[in-house]
Design a protein around this ligand. Structure first.
Ligand code: C2E
Ligand code: CA
Ligand code: CA
Ligand code: CA
Length: 279
C-alpha cells in the first residue's frame, strides 16, 4: 500500500508539472496573442422564441494557439483574469464585436444586437465606462446594439458602486444582461435594485428540464419574476425540442443553444443568416 501511495504521488506530481507548464506557456502566449492575431470571435445566434427569428448574437472568444491548437475560453479567460491581461483582451473583444456588428449592418443584414461578455475584473476596471464609450464612438455603432453580459458575481461588490456603474453604462445607451443567472448567491429580489434589461437563465437549469420534473419550478419562478420586473428573459444551452417546448409554455422570450446553432465563425454566421431569412 505504501508503494502504491508513492506511485500515486509521483503520478500527481507529473500531472501537476504538466499543468504548471501549460499555464506558463498559455500565460506567455497570451501576451503575444493579440499582436499575432491569434484570437478570433465566434457568434452564437439568439432566437425569438415565438417567431424563430434571429434577434442578435453573443460574441464568444476563441484562441488558435500556433502550437497547442484551439484553446477554450474556459481555460484561458480565468488565467487572463488572474494576470490582468483580460483588460486588453476584453477591449479587443469589445472593439471587434462592435465593428463586426456594424459590418453586418452594412452588408444588409437586419439590424440586430451583439452581446459581449464582461468578466468581473473588467467590470471593476475604473475606466470601463470611458472605454465602452470610446469604442462606440470609434466604431460608430449605435449604443442600443451593444449588450454587455455580466455575471451575478458583481452583486458581491459594494452595492452603490455596482448601481452607479450600471447606471453609467445604461446612460451610454448600452444594454445590460445578467448572465448565468441562478448559479450565484444573489437573488432576483436583490438584483432588482440594479438597472438591467435581460436575465439569462444558466444552461445548467435548462439541461435539467424534464417532463413533469420538480426542477422545472426553478425555471418557472425565474421567468415569472423576470416578467414581473419587466425584463427580457433568455435561456441559454437549449439543446432539445422538449426544452424549447417547456420554455415556450413558460413564455420565455428568447433562446440560444445547439438546437438552433452552435457558435459560428463570421462567414458561417453571415451564410446561416442569409439562408434562414430566405427560407
Ligand atoms: P458563457 O458566457 O456562459 O457562454 C455560453 C457557453 O455555452 C459558450 O461556451 C457556448 O459555446 C456554450 N454553449 C452554447 N450553446 C450551448 C448548448 O446548447 N449546450 C452547451 N452545453 N453549451 C452551449 P464557450 O464559448 O466555450 O465559452 C465559455 C465561457 O467563457 C463563457 O460562458 C464566458 O464565461 C467565457 N467567455 C467566452 N468568451 C468571452 C469573452 O469574450 N470575454 C469574457 N470575459 N469571457 C468570455
Ligand atoms: Ca455569456
Ligand atoms: Ca452562461
Ligand atoms: Ca459562464
Amino acid at each position: 500500500a505504501k508503494e502504491q501511495g508513492r506511485n500515486n504521488l509521483q503520478f500527481y506530481t507529473a500531472d501537476m508539472n504538466d499543468w504548471i507548464q501549460r499555464r506558463a506557456i498559455l500565460e506567455k502566449g497570451m501576451r503575444q496573442a493579440l499582436e499575432h492575431d491569434e484570437f478570433t470571435l465566434y457568434y452564437q445566434p439568439k432566437v425569438d422564441i415565438n417567431t424563430g427569428k434571429i434577434t442578435g448574437s453573443e460574441a464568444l472568444i476563441r484562441w488558435r494557439h500556433p502550437q497547442l491548437g484551439m484553446i477554450s475560453p474556459q481555460e484561458f479567460i480565468p488565467l487572463a483574469e488572474e494576470t490582468g491581461l483580460i483588460v486588453s483582451v476584453g477591449e479587443w473583444v469589445l472593439r471587434t464585436a462592435c465593428k463586426q456588428s456594424l459590418e453586418w449592418q452594412r452588408l444588409g443584414l437586419p439590424k440586430m444586437g451583439v452581446s459581449v461578455n464582461l468578466s468581473p475584473r473588467q467590470f471593476q476596471q475604473a475606466n470601463l465606462v470611458e472605454i465602452v464609450s470610446k469604442i462606440l464612438k470609434e466604431t460608430g455603432l449605435a449604443p442600443e446594439y451593444l449588450e454587455l453580459e455580466i455575471t451575478e458575481t458583481i452583486a458581491m461588490y459594494n452595492e452603490s458602486y455596482v448601481i452607479a456603474k450600471l447606471k453609467a453604462l445604461k446612460d451610454l445607451g448600452v444594454k445590460i444582461a445578467i448572465d448565468d443567472f441562478g448559479t450565484g448567491y444573489s437573488s432576483l429580489s436583490y438584483l432588482k435594485k440594479f438597472p438591467f434589461h435581460t436575465l439569462k437563465i444558466d444552461k445548467s437549469f435548462i439541461q435539467d428540464i424534464e417532463e413533469g420534473s420538480d426542477d422545472n419550478k426553478i425555471i418557472t419562478t425565474i421567468i415569472a419574476m423576470a416578467h414581473n420586473l419587466k425584463v427580457n428573459v433568455i435561456a441559454e444551452g437549449v439543446e432539445t425540442a422538449e426544452q424549447l417546448q417547456f420554455l415556450q409554455q413558460q413564455q420565455c422570450n428568447e433562446v440560444q443553444g445547439y438546437l438552433f446553432s452552435k457558435p459560428l465563425s463570421v462567414e458561417e454566421f453571415y451564410k446561416a443568416f442569409s439562408e434562414i431569412q430566405e427560407a
